[in-house]
Design a protein around this ligand. Structure first.
Ligand code: SF4
Length: 457
């Protein structure tokens, strides 16, 4: 059977989608190739959130096409995901070597399209249809990756579980509502069944995934005893025996009700970690972004979370250089970063996305201004994070050992409950174990644990 290589760009949702497509292909008899050099099919699962991500995937495809068409003319080349959804046929017009373009609503049909291309039944395939809102279509699409596909190929301690697709928030800078469509949620019973299945395969930690998980099933399920559908889901997943930890991403700060804050205090498997994308510290910019919260409300939320869990790890996303952002607005972002003291922050320079309201806003800033603000904010968040990591030296933390460290495969890595990476010297038998380690020193966004202090063996 033909072999397939999938390269993934962008967020964890994309990683999860690639896993699901890979599982679907393996179930149909395809094999997975270790690199594009040996594959019969090369698929790039793309990201549209920033222009740089799109350009990277386009350049990659140009290079792959130039190389492989020369050496192996029969190879099938395809784009999947967000850029495929937003650009459609334009991709084949620009790169005629591309055979397949599959949008975000059609992932579940990838194997069928490849069968057609490889058998010569169709020449080029572009499938980026508008979303089918029938219940059957939603279920088919949302269920396509159910069942821990990547664990079929390698032992896994942690896994992503997709709980919903799409977003109805329409932040003015964001292309996601256009590439992923409206919010559609899986049922609690489907998600719990997938988590149970994962546990039988050795998974100890799940990350519940969606573009805006705090809006999970808002339209389908009523609140119960003051608990939102998302908190109801957390409780249901929490009851899965053998599962040790639950994470989720991405939430929206405005969806963090008291019921969710309170859940951190009473669900022990829900780890003390919150990714709270703030984007800006200026109320004026937050309003232009259509974020739905104020600086004060955001700060109040962080305070409530820290009151419930004093050691909670708080991370965020910032956008610098949004249209019309003045130096004063940016100073407010800096002051918010100082006030919150994030454990980690991801900074993005505003990137014009076509069809989004912000693309038409006056006051688009020069690249040099975005760059300069990016550097200043980066220096500040790095300095704060380094201080926070340093404070952990000498303390004992609980980690879940995931496997070899990416940077140094001779060592193992695990994550603390607060989502910090710890590297230590251990053995294969420690994979999948919850362990207590003493932190000996801190590097840049990595902690190092002392093997001499390992509990047990
Ligand atoms: S909530 Fe997130 S995914 Fe939804 S529009 Fe805003 S930034 Fe995009």
């Amino acid at each position: 059977m033909p072999s397939v290589y999938i390269k993934t760009y962008g967020c964890q949702m994309n990683e999860r989608d690639s896993e699901a497509v890979a599982a679907q292909l393996v179930a149909k008899g395809y094999t997975l190739a270790g690199s594009e050099a040996t594959a019969d099919v090369v698929l790039l699962n793309t990201c549209s959130v920033r222009d740089a991500a799109e350009q990277k995937a386009l350049r990659k495809m140009e290079n792959v096409a130039a190389e492989l068409r020369r050496t192996r003319p029969g190879v099938v080349l395809g784009f999947l995901g967000c850029m495929a959804q937003s650009r459609g046929r334009e991709l084949i017009d620009r790169l005629p070597d591309v055979d397949l373009v599959v949008g975000t609503q059609k992932f579940h049909r990838t194997a069928e399209y490849l069968d057609d291309l490889l058998a010569g039944r169709r020449d080029k395939i572009v499938e980026v249809a508008e979303e089918d809102k029938s219940e059957a279509a939603i279920r088919e699409h949302l269920l396509y990756g159910q069942g821990a596909p990547s664990s079929k190929f390698k032992p896994q301690v942690t896994a992503f579980v997709s709980i919903m697709q799409g977003c109805n928030q329409y932040c003015t800078f964001c292309i996601v509502p256009f590439t992923r469509g409206e919010e559609r949620s899986r049922t609690i019973s489907d998600i719990v069944a997938e988590c149970r299945e994962l546990v039988t395969r050795g998974v100890k930690e799940v990350t519940l995934l969606g573009q805006i998980v705090t809006s999970y099933a808002k339209r389908e399920l009523p609140p119960k005893e003051g608990k939102s559908p998302f908190v109801q889901l957390l409780e249901a997943v929490h009851s899965v025996e053998g599962l040790e930890r639950i994470r989720f991403t991405s939430p929206h700060p405005k969806g963090y009700g008291d019921d969710l804050v309170e859940a951190y205090g009473r669900l022990p498997k829900l780890v003390e970690s919150a990714h709270l994308p703030v984007q800006s510290g200026s109320d004026r910019i937050l309003k232009l972004m259509h974020r739905g919260y104020s600086r004060e409300r955001y700060l109040g939320l962080v305070e409530k979370l820290r009151r419930t869990c004093p050691h909670i790890g708080v991370s965020t996303d910032f956008i610098v250089g949004f249209p019309g952002e003045t130096e004063e607005d940016f100073e407010q972002t800096l002051s918010l970063a100082r006030e919150v003291e994030f454990d980690q922050a991801f900074i993005f320079k505003y990137s014009i996305r076509r069809d989004t309201p912000a693309a038409q806003m006056p006051g688009q800033l020069p690249q040099a201004v975005k760059e300069e603000r990016n550097q200043r904010l980066l220096a500040l968040v790095n300095e704060i994070a380094a201080r926070k990591y340093q404070r952990l030296v000498g303390q004992t933390v609980e980690i879940l050992t995931e496997g070899p460290s990416k940077k140094n495969p001779a060592r193992l890595m695990g994550r603390t409950r607060c989502n910090k990476i710890v590297v230590f010297e251990g053995a294969e038998r420690h994979r999948g174990q919850l362990m207590r380690l003493r932190i000996t020193h801190a590097g840049s966004f990595t902690l190092h644990g002392d093997p001499a202090t390992l509990n047990g063996d």
